[in-house]
Each structure stands twice: as C-alpha cells, then as structure tokens.
Design a binder for this molecule. Structure first.
Ligand code: NAP
Length: 261
C-alpha cells in the first residue's frame, strides 16, 4: 500500500546531491516530494519512480517567498505524515565581490539562507506535534573557512551549519532530529552553475564523487548524528584541520583555488 510508505520532501532535487539523496530514500521505500526551478524536475520524477515508489515533483523557485510556500503547500496537500525533510537547495556565485552583480548575490542569500529558514519553520512546526521527524540540512565544508571569490557563499553555508546545530539542540526533547551535512567539493553541476569552470573547482578530478557524498550524508541522517563531513579522506582531513588553521591562511588557500583564471 502506497500510503504505508514513509514520506520525505527534498528541496533542489532535479539533479546533483538532491537527486542522489532521493535515490537513496527511494531504495529505502520512501515516497518523495521534490522541488527544482527547471523542467528537469520531471526527469527526476521518472528516475525516482523507477525505484517503485511515488515521486511528486513541483517546479518552484526557492529564491522567492511564494516559491518556498508553494512547495510546502504542495507537500501538505499530499495528506501524508511528513517523516523526513532534506533542506538541500543551494547555489554559489563565483567571481570577485567587487565586480559581481549584487542581484545574484542577494538571490544566493534568498535561496541559501532566507528560503532555508522559511522551509525549516514549516517543517519543524509540522513535525514537532507528531513528536517525530528527521531533518537533513545540506551545508558545506565551505562553512568552515572564508571563501574568497565565492565571498557570499561560504558565509551562507556557515549560517546553515550553525542554524542546524542550534535547531538540533532546541528540538532534542521533541523527537525531531536535525543533522547537518557538510560535503567537500563534489562533481555535480554546482560549480558550472556558479560560473567557476575556469577555476580549480572546474576540474572534475579535484572533486568528490556525488554518490559517495550522498551516501555518507544519508548514513549520518539515519544515525541522527549532529553533523557529518562528506567526501574522501582528504576532504575529512581538510575539515578537521580547518578547526585550528587561522582564517587568513584558509582564505589565501581558497582564493588560489576559486580565483577565475
Ligand atoms: N557540489 C558541491 O561541490 C557542493 C559542496 C558542498 C555543498 N554543496 C551543497 O549541496 C547542495 C546541492 O548542491 P549540488 O551540488 O547538488 O548542486 P546542483 O547540482 O547545482 O543542484 C542544485 C539543485 O538545486 C536546484 N535549484 C537551483 N536553484 C533553484 C531555485 N532557485 N529554486 C529551486 N531549485 C533550485 C536545482 O534544480 P533546477 O536546476 O531545476 O533549478 C538542482 O536540483 C547545495 O546546498 C550546495 O550548497 C555542494
């Protein structure tokens, strides 16, 4: 019976980590509501349905209040108990802060911060009365360092990381879990979409495998740990070293990798 399957919503699941996570939920028998801004969300629907579960796609813009609210109402209209939520949608913008278009940077903040808070509010207020629920918030290793030439992105992910940890603590007696996922650089469309093809991050060889990253995030979500760094051993070591490396040193290292050539 379809109604007996657990139900998860995933923002930004047309492609990349959102879609990889959706496949893992599908393998575990979840029905899945997914959002994206493009028509690719309907290709993701087909992919997810091939696992024998239901997929509910909505094309909605996560950078607007209306778009976030539309996806939430779409989820609620399924009349299913929401067991899990993945707050995944996020974008970066490469290039120098001096020259970048302000509108693009404000849109990044709208998606990565404003939209995340908006959706988290709806999800938390829905789950807590049920006394159960599991939330995975996709942050980044970029939360642990200054990110010159993605100047606004790293701070937006630092917001997500600390927001998730704070929410986890507030909700710990409610039955609702929050886990933060911190991927290192990963081979999705992400850096291309951020206009970073000419940088170190434009080279696929310098990035983690998206299936590995999604699997590590999904395991951490299932084990309800507070946060997980996702990627290979070098990624995990970098994140560990970032705890003690001076900010100026980390900034200089990231600038070398992210500066357009
Ligand atoms: N890839 C990395 O190196 C990396 C590293 C650390 C953390 N992360 C984080 O992982 C998350 C997923 O990134 P990804 O690597 O999977 O990137 P991606 O391949 O670019 O995927 C982004 C997803 O978000 C959707 N999206 C983008 N703008 C949207 C909007 N305005 N409204 C609704 N949906 C929108 C896209 O769908 P449409 O195309 O249909 O809009 C797509 O499904 C992000 O939060 C990112 O910060 C990524």
């Amino acid at each position: 019976m379809a109604d007996e399957r657990p139900f998860v919503m995933i923002t930004g699941a047309s492609s990349g980590l959102g879609l990889e996570l959706a496949k893992l939920f599908a393998q575990d028998g979840y029905d899945i509501a997914i959002s994206g801004s493009s028509e690719r969300i309907f290709e993701a629907e087909t992919t997810i349905k091939s696992y024998g579960v239901q997929a509910y796609p909505l094309q909605a813009d996560a950078s607007t209040y209306e778009g976030v609210e539309a996806f939430w109402q779409f989820v609620k209209n399924k009349n299913k108990k929401l067991d899990a939520a993945v707050l995944n949608v996020g974008v970066s913008k490469g290039g120098s802060f001096l020259e970048n278009d302000l509108e693009k940077e404000l849109k990044l903040i709208d998606i990565n911060i404003r939209g995340t808070v908006h959706m988290a509010k709806r999800v938390v207020q829905d789950m807590v009365p049920n006394k159960e629920g599991n939330i995975l918030l996709v942050s980044s290793v970029s939360a642990t360092l200054p990110t010159p030439y993605e100047t606004v992105y790293g701070p937006s992910k630092a917001f997500g990381f600390m927001f998730a940890e704070a929410l986890r603590e507030e909700l710990k007696e409610t039955g609702v879990n929050v886990t933060a996922m911190l991927p290192g650089a990963t081979n999705t469309d992400f850096h291309h979409n951020a206009g970073m093809d000419s940088t170190y991050f434009g080279d696929e060889r310098n990035k983690n495998d998206k299936e590995l990253v999604a699997r590590q995030g999904y395991e951490a979500f299932k084990n309800k740990v507070d946060h997980v760094v996702c990627g290979d051993e070098a990624t995990k070591k970098e994140a560990e070293d970032n705890r003690t490396t001076p900010e100026e040193v980390k900034a200089a290292a990231h600038a070398k990798k992210a500066k357009p050539q």
